[in-house]
Design a protein around this ligand. Structure first.
Ligand SMILES: Cc1cc2nc3c(=O)[nH]c(=O)nc-3n(C[C@H](O)[C@H](O)[C@H](O)COP(=O)(O)OP(=O)(O)OC[C@H]3O[C@@H](n4cnc5c(N)ncnc54)[C@H](O)[C@@H]3O)c2cc1C
Length: 335
């Protein structure tokens, strides 16, 4: 069984793994990035970039929104955004991240190669090869094999969506406590389609109900438009720490997605970069990671309040909206 060794092995070439590899490029460390899929990029996702996204990682072709439409119990409210949001196909985001990693910078990509943990320094690939590394980084998403190897507990919600061949300019959040509880729907325009979906906790809402509510919205908003098959995936939001005695977790594998909204692209790239800096310099204290964790914890406290008070939910949504309209209110609520 051939065995290859590198300094740092990154499992997963999603936003987190690519950001970590980008930070390590040219550092002198030998880095291998393993990606199970044959192509780097595709992922079940709505492709919205939140205000936390580092500006230098927003692809120039991304669609920009300076306004958000928030529907609360059927009534639309327009909110001017202090920081723009963007939508971008995940393949485009991945290409943009890859383009920032120069050839010959010490980063080797092995695509179409899945990894299974053998021990803290060794993995087996689907081809039956073994790779060993001084340090292994789990950037392998919400169903992380590295997290499973570490025996860490999980906390996951689900996102389901369809893509509609239609034009829309409204970057929309759809809230309705009586119908969706603390779940929400989104309708995010892309250049040639609209990604419309529902994010929910399957313990609180059966999948069949979520699917029905989504299809009702699609029928109401885009009657007669061509609609894709249902797509979706898990979002791991239970934070389990980044450093585990020589093994590391970033992005969804670490549980860094936000529980209330399911957003995780920005926290994935921030954690990937921060870990890359830490691996180069053990004294680096990862301040950006601390910042997003503080925000995640604050948002989760507000969300728990919302979940515990079903009758007050629509009022709380309106209060959040009111706060977001105040100067500095968006920064206060959104990190
Ligand atoms: C339906 C849905 C909609 C979403 N919409 C948004 C949104 O609009 N905005 C937002 O910010 N977030 C959104 N998210 C969350 C977002 O997709 C994730 O938070 C983000 O992709 C996390 O990035 P990551 O790099 O940690 O993991 P991933 O993007 O999941 O990347 C992990 C990579 O690891 C690879 N991999 C997994 N296991 C192995 C293995 N054993 N060996 C080798 N490779 C492996 C995978 O193929 C994948 O390429 C959504 C999630 C879902 C499910």
């Amino acid at each position: 069984m051939p065995k290859k060794h590198c300094d740092i092995l990154i499992i997963g070439a999603g936003p987190a793994g690519l950001a970590c590899a980008g930070e390590l490029a040219g550092s002198g460390a030998s880095v291998i990035v393993l990606e199970r899929q044959r192509i780097i990029g595709p992922k079940a996702c709505a492709g919205a970039l939140s205000r936390l996204m580092p500006a230098d990682l927003v692809p120039p072709s991304a669609l920009r929104f300076d306004e958000q439409l928030v529907e609360i119990a059927g009534k639309g409210h327009r909110l001017r955004l202090e920081t723009p949001r963007f939508t971008v196909p995940r393949e485009t985001l991945a290409s943009y991240q890859l383009a920032k990693i120069p050839n010959g910078a010490g980063i080797e990509f092995l695509v179409g190669t899945g990894a299974r943990m053998i021990d803290r320094h060794t993995i087996a690939t689907g081809d039956g090869d073994e790779l060993s590394a001084d340090r292994i980084v789990g950037a392998d998403g919400s169903l992380s094999a590295v997290r499973r190897f570490l025996g860490l507990p999980t906390g996951r919600s689900l996102g389901l969506y369809r893509e509609v061949r239609a034009a829309s300019s409204d970057y929309t959040l759809i809230l309705d406590a009586a119908r969706y509880g603390a779940a929400y729907l989104w309708s995010f325009p892309h250049r040639d389609r609209v990604n419309i979906g529902i994010y929910f906790d399957p313990v609180r809402m059966p999948v069949a109900d979520a699917r029905r509510l989504l299809d009702e919205q699609i029928g109401r908003r885009f009657p007669g438009s061509a609609v894709s098959s249902l797509k979706g995936g898990w979002v791991e939001h239970r934070y389990a720490g980044v450093e585990h005695d020589g093994l590391y977790l970033i992005g969804d594998a670490a549980g860094l997605a936000l529980r209330a909204t399911g957003e995780g692209i920005s926290t994935a790239v921030i954690s990937g970069r921060e870990l890359g800096r830490r691996l180069k310099d053990t004294n680096y204290a990862m301040p950006e990671l601390k910042r997003i964790l503080a925000f995640k914890r604050k948002q989760e406290r507000l969300f728990s309040l919302l979940e515990r008070a079903p009758r007050l939910q629509d009022h709380l949504y309106k209060l959040f909206l009111f706060t977001k309209r105040l100067p500095g209110g968006q920064r206060l609520l959104e990190g």
